[in-house]
Design a protein around this ligand. Structure first.
Ligand SMILES: NC(=O)c1ccc[n+]([C@@H]2O[C@H](COP(=O)([O-])OP(=O)(O)OC[C@H]3O[C@@H](n4cnc5c(N)ncnc54)[C@H](O)[C@@H]3O)[C@@H](O)[C@H]2O)c1
Length: 309
């Protein structure tokens, strides 16, 4: 047990299993009282069970920590308000919000149903906003707080079959940067983690196959790409979350961290890497000439046309 977060109250969404569970246990081990939220759904977001968070709460209490369970869905604005209200009523405050809740409904874009797109954007992007929106007034008023959101390689690099999830995760990046600016002046920091860990979300045939293909193509997205996914424990992400939640990270705001197992990286912020410029508007004929030798030179197509053979 540490005392990094003594006296703090944290909400961790989607904390019944996977990365969120590891985060809840670590924050509690560092002294925080934790509201363990989990709607208890299947990987596709269906069939909620209300007792998913109870086991994690019991585990925290068995180690002498303080915790309460919550089974509301983050995807509904009013339910998210209840999550925050419970932290205030039962645990006496709110200092830290960590948004891990989410599910997948993968399908290639040409087959994706509108409902599949809406549901995944609803739980990840809207769910993250919902929780932030309800904690923000409290954090602003007390002049301190920490928010840690969860992005993904699917939003940073793009994965086949995840137009819904990739859109939501990329937008969580934009949300994180905007809110970091809204709240930074009030002593609140907002940072995003893009994790890689062996959970039910990633130990799927499709993910393992995609990693294998990238490996064969020599594409290294993260340091862990050459390690077996099953060796990347979801608990490995938690220490970085605890650090970002602590006073030691007061100067870290609006940043993205790739946490792949035990390999932690600061991600670059997008910036122009090549520019062409002239005073008057470009003609298409000029671009035909100049772009292949400048902006488009050496670009790799992430999904080259499939050979019909
Ligand atoms: N595992 C990875 O490698 C990886 C990679 C990139 C991003 N992420 C992100 O990290 C976060 C945690 O992922 P994980 O791998 O631990 O997944 P997981 O499936 O193990 O855990 C997610 C939890 O969220 C809960 N949940 C789903 N919908 C909910 C809702 N409406 N309200 C409250 N809880 C809900 C689920 O019941 C589940 O317990 C997610 O945001 C995920 O997108 C994970």
């Amino acid at each position: 047990m540490g005392n990094l977060l003594d006296g703090k109250v944290a909400i961790v969404t989607g904390a019944g299993r996977g990365i969120g569970r590891g985060v809840a246990l670590e924050l509690a081990a560092q002294g925080a009282a934790v509201l363990v939220n989990d709607y208890g759904v299947g990987l596709d977001g269906r069939e909620p069970q209300s007792d998913m968070a109870d086991e994690v709460v019991a585990e925290i209490r068995s180690h002498g920590g303080r915790a309460a369970a919550n089974a509301q869905s983050v995807a509904e604005f009013d339910s998210a308000a209840k999550i925050v209200a419970q932290a205030l009523d039962e645990l006496g405050g709110i200092d830290i919000l960590v948004t891990c809740a989410g599910f997948l409904r993968d399908r290639m874009v040409f087959n994706m149903a509108e409902e599949e797109f809406d549901a995944v954007v609803g739980v990840h992007l809207k769910g993250t906003f919902n929780c932030i929106r309800h904690v923000a007034p409290h954090l602003r008023q007390q002049g301190s707080g920490r928010i840690i959101t969860f992005a993904s390689g699917a939003g940073l690099f793009g994965n086949p079959g995840q137009s819904n999830y990739g859109s939501a995760k990329s937008a969580i990046g934009g949300l994180t940067k905007a809110v970091a600016r809204d709240l930074g002046g009030y002593g609140v920091t907002v940072n995003a983690i893009s994790p890689v860990a062996a959970t039910r979300m990633t130990m799927t045939e499709a993910t393992l196959k995609a990693r294998e293909i990238r490996k064969k193509q020599g594409i290294v997205r993260e340091e862990s790409a050459l390690r077996q996914l099953e060796n990347l424990s979801p608990e490995d992400v938690a220490p970085m979350v605890a650090f970002l939640a602590s006073e030691h990270a007061a100067g870290v705001n609006g940043q993205f961290f790739l946490c792949a197992g035990t390999s932690y990286s600061l991600l670059s912020q997008p910036r122009p890497i090549k520019t062409i410029f002239k005073e008057a508007r470009w003609t298409v004929a000029e671009l035909e000439e100049i772009v292949p030798q400048t902006l488009a030179e050496g670009l790799a197509n992430p999904a080259p046309p499939i050979d019909p053979e």
